[in-house]
Ligand binder design. Structure first.
Ligand SMILES: Cc1cc2nc3c(=O)[nH]c(=O)nc-3n(C[C@H](O)[C@H](O)[C@H](O)COP(=O)(O)OP(=O)(O)OC[C@H]3O[C@@H](n4cnc5c(N)ncnc54)[C@H](O)[C@@H]3O)c2cc1C
Length: 418
């Protein structure tokens, strides 16, 4: 056979990598995926929770519906939150968002990473060639394809997509730089059982030490905790015995759901913002955490990665349709232009929120910052159009969305416009 074995080879089979591979297969590309890990089995209904959860936007869920993943999500293991409350522990400022006020069925979905991973992987068979467990060892860019060395095997593809996470080997081998800032914070995560039902409300309290989020799961009294803390304090809280941890957490959460008891072991994750100096080169493109990492305070990291996947797929589909080489730098630049601004803008917004709400190590100025927060949140809570614009953006209802991430209705009206 002439030409490369595959149109697209995705290196990295985390949630973003598998979504990318399925999106390419959906658009008719011969697609392969490589990962060092074996497949994730779907947890059974009574299995313990995965403490790592993702808040998914509507745009991400639209993508999952298009590529056939959403129906594979088991009932009862994800939460759909209808409202969100955000407040500042050090002032009376409070903002509440109601899905119904914006004509939305819900603001988003909370899913366990292992459940989403298993649902994504369940769609690979028959659509995507898999190399796993296999590790990327090297790559050579040739004029007509990219040659990839896996453990003892060579694969050629017209395009290589790096979805191999924050420590991306693809990024390194392609010679791209990585601009990183360590926040000096860790996120402590676990799933908790509360005295009172969460009422399908996502809650985020801005404490002086960082935000504490309680994200509602399918069970009425189970919520995922994401508690951002300075590194040393996170280590202390991780080491507390259960009784002391429960008392500290219940106090820190302002008792909003009564007592909170962990149902899973606690774990911590270091928080860093990173951005690749380039997203693309001839025959190579980066998506997801390989291209950018972001503070999790608004739960946007993986969502940005899913939008990278859908946008790249759309750019490549357009190029193929026009008879252009999908691996050429000029085609891939359109993807980089599309996504870099969106991702950088979100990073900047997260840093802004973090600065405004975090009094730790800020070197003074807490009083006027507190005043700014109180005034800003009060004004914002009553600013209808601004509130709508922010919520539509954060939940994936607006923005420069790729076709695969638009709702079926939006796609139909787009088609009608042609
Ligand atoms: C505490 C916390 C809370 C978060 N909450 C949210 C949230 O609510 N919503 C949200 O959207 N995002 C959230 N995020 C961000 C989100 O978790 C990440 O953005 C997302 O998981 C990144 O997925 P990925 O597939 O790009 O990378 P990864 O998950 O890192 O996957 C990379 C894959 O590449 C494979 N790999 C690596 N090297 C190689 C190699 N050489 N060869 C082959 N395979 C390789 C790995 O095995 C892995 O499977 C949160 C992050 C944190 C830390």
């Amino acid at each position: 056979m002439n030409g490369p074995d595959l149109d697209v080879l995705v290196v990295g089979g985390g949630v973003v990598g598998v979504a990318t591979a399925l999106a390419f297969a959906h658009s008719g590309c011969r697609t392969g995926i490589v990962d060092v890990r074996a497949r994730q089995a779907m947890p059974a209904s009574g299995d313990p929770y995965d403490a790592r959860v993702l808040a998914l936007t509507h745009a991400s869920v639209n993508l999952f519906e298009q590529i056939g993943v959403w129906p594979a999500m088991p009932a009862g293991r994800s939460g759909c939150y209808e409202a969100m409350e955000v407040w500042d522990d050090r002032s009376p400022a409070r903002v509440r968002f109601e899905a119904s006020a914006f004509g939305m069925p819900c603001l988003g979905h909370i899913v366990e990473v292992t459940v989403l991973q298993a649902a994504l992987e369940s769609r690979l068979a028959g659509q995507v060639r898999e190399w796993r467990p296999a590790r990327l060892r090297g790559l050579t860019v040739l004029p007509e394809c990219v040659r990839v060395d896996l453990d003892g095997e060579r694969v050629e593809a017209a395009l290589l997509v790096g979805a191999d996470g924050a420590a991306s080997r693809v990024r390194e081998l392609a010679g791209f730089g990585w601009n990183e800032r360590d926040y000096g914070e860790h996120a402590l995560v676990t799933v908790v059982e509360s005295d009172w039902p969460h009422g399908d409300v996502a809650r985020q309290i801005f404490l002086a030490t960082g935000p504490l989020a309680l994200l509602p799961l399918g069970h009425a009294r189970h919520a995922a905790l994401v508690w951002t803390l300075p590194e040393a304090l996170a280590a202390e809280r991780l080491a507390l015995d259960d009784a002391s941890f429960i008392a500290t957490l219940t106090r820190a959460s302002n008792g909003v759901l009564g007592g909170l008891r962990p149902l899973t072991p606690r774990a911590t994750h270091p928080l860093r913002r990173g951005h690749a100096s380039e997203y693309v080169a001839a025959r190579v493109a980066l998506v997801g955490d390989a291209a950018h990492t972001i503070h999790p305070l608004a739960g946007q990291g993986a969502n940005l990665g899913f939008m990278d996947a859908a946008s790249l797929c759309e750019v490549i589909a357009d190029a193929r349709h026009a008879g252009r080489d999908p691996g050429s730098r000029s085609v891939l630049r359109r993807y980089a232009r599309w996504r870099r601004g969106e991702n950088a803008g979100m990073q900047l917004a997260m840093d802004g929120f973090r600065w405004l709400f975090n009094d730790c190590g800020s070197g003074g100025g807490e009083l006027w910052r507190r005043g700014l927060r109180t005034l800003g949140m009060r004004a914002f809570d009553h600013a209808g159009p601004l509130k709508r614009a922010l919520i539509e953006r954060a939940t994936g209802f607006s923005g420069d969305l790729p076709l695969l991430a638009r709702s079926a209705a939006a796609q139909r009206s787009e088609m009608g416009a042609w």
